[in-house]
Design a protein around this ligand. Structure first.
Ligand code: HEM
Length: 373
């Protein structure tokens, strides 16, 4: 419920402003001081929702961000996420704090795949920390879907908790909900994991393409089969997200306008690693939000092109066709999920919503285009 008093009059806000001042007076001289600021802001964000952070707090943080930029990569990425709406730059990457996840990957020996498992393990932990937040049957279902994802990643039990390093501590601060809805936490983790699944897939597709070019069809086939099994994780994420309560979704999507998975660079890179998107798609809203990836489109080799250029291999073609079908099934599930959750509403990425996803089902990955076109 909205309060009638001005934001800075609330005792919590005054307390936060005081603690922010104290931290700024300490000049964030050490990485641990920067982390303390991150923790303070995260706790407040989770208490009231990112959209409700009062302007004086956001102004103070913007000032801190400007003065400290370049000194602490984690803090920079964190504040870029928190301040995104304030700076009118709220998009998928900032909603999901993706640059902060990238800093984690850069700082640790984690692969995107291992990090995706760590995030899903965090979903399980989060649900067990809040046992009363969701009806027991739904909670069990949610945890089961997260565990199914975890079961597909080779890992040791130690991999399920963040490393006890500075990067591991910052990882705990990569869920910055816009609302106070319990369900938004796991939704954010699912979308972050989606980015990592597609990063993993792009790596596999590029390696498979190299193997085809090197005339090693068996190696390429093995990589594509692995890609098809990794792809199943993307479908598991939909089953997980299907446990979201529509009322919760509608409550927080009021504040996510402008951020959409249509801006996912990881997903679009996967598309380019597979084949050559139709020029109409490249020029459409689908690629409008990912100009950097769109610019790569002409220069990248891709699996479909390598398959056309190379000697025929039935097994290899079949493995590519399996991946195509997995992607088709995935889009069908996405469409049904969106139809159930969204109905007639437009997408947060400003498309028509469900009609956009319906049309997108016609698109295919493993195609080559006439280069003269
Ligand atoms: C409540 C759940 C969801 C709804 C209602 C939904 C809805 C939509 C809509 C309407 C779009 C079109 C772009 C826009 O206007 O925003 C879209 C795009 C997209 N969504 Fe979802 N989505 C949901 C969950 C997910 C999940 C869990 C994933 C990943 C696991 C995902 C991945 C994508 C991708 C990759 C695109 C871009 C498709 C393209 O490039 O053409 N979505 N979604």
């Amino acid at each position: 419920m909205a309060e009638s008093r001005p934001a800075h009059d609330r005792p919590h806000d005054r307390d936060l402003a005081r603690r922010l001042d104290a931290l700024r007076a300490g000049r964030l001289a050490t990485p641990r001081e920067a982390l303390a600021l991150g923790r303070l802001v995260t706790a407040e964000t989770r208490r009231i929702g990112r959209h409700a952070l009062p302007d004086p707090v956001l102004d103070a943080l913007a000032d801190t961000a400007n003065r400290h930029r370049g000194r602490d990569r984690f803090l920079d990425a964190f504040l870029d996420a928190v301040l995104a709406r304030h700076r009118d730059r709220f998009r998928n990457a900032e909603y999901l704090a993706l640059p902060l996840l990238e800093e984690f990957l850069r700082d640790t020996a984690f692969s995107p795949e291992r990090l995706s498992a760590l995030l899903l393990a965090d979903v399980v932990r989060h649900e067990s920390r809040h046992p009363g937040a969701v009806e027991p049957a739904l909670r069990r279902k949610r945890v089961r879907q997260a565990m199914r994802f975890l079961g597909t990643v080779e890992r040791s039990p130690a991999d399920d908790t963040p490393p006890r390093t500075l990067a591991g501590d910052w990882l705990e601060l990569t869920v910055l909900p816009v609302s106070t809805e319990h369900d938004e936490y796991f939704f954010i983790r699912a979308l972050q994991a989606h980015e990592l699944v597609f990063t993993t897939l792009t790596g596999l597709l590029r390696s498979a393409t190299d193997e085809v070019r090197a005339a090693r069809p068996d190696e390429a086939t093995a990589l594509l089969r692995r890609a098809a099994s990794v792809f199943e994780r993307a479908s598991l994420l939909f089953r997980l997200v299907a446990t979201m309560r529509p009322a919760a979704f509608h409550s927080f999507r009021r504040f996510t306008e402008g951020a959409s998975a249509i801006q996912s660079e990881a997903y679009k890179r996967f598309e380019l690693a597979c084949g050559e998107p139709d020029p109409a798609r490249l020029d459409s809203e689908a690629f409008a939000g990912v100009p950097a990836v769109r610019a790569e489109a002409r220069h990248h080799d891709n699996l479909a092109r390598a398959l056309v250029d190379g000697p025929r291999s039935e097994v290899l073609d079949a493995a590519a066709a399996d991946l195509e079908q997995a992607h088709q099934r995935w889009k069908t599930t996405h469409h049904s999920l969106a139809a159930r959750m969204l109905g007639d509403a437009t997408g947060s990425g400003y498309t028509a919503g469900v009609p956009y996803l319906a049309a997108y089902r016609e698109n295919r990955l493993m195609v080559v285009r006439d280069r003269a076109a």
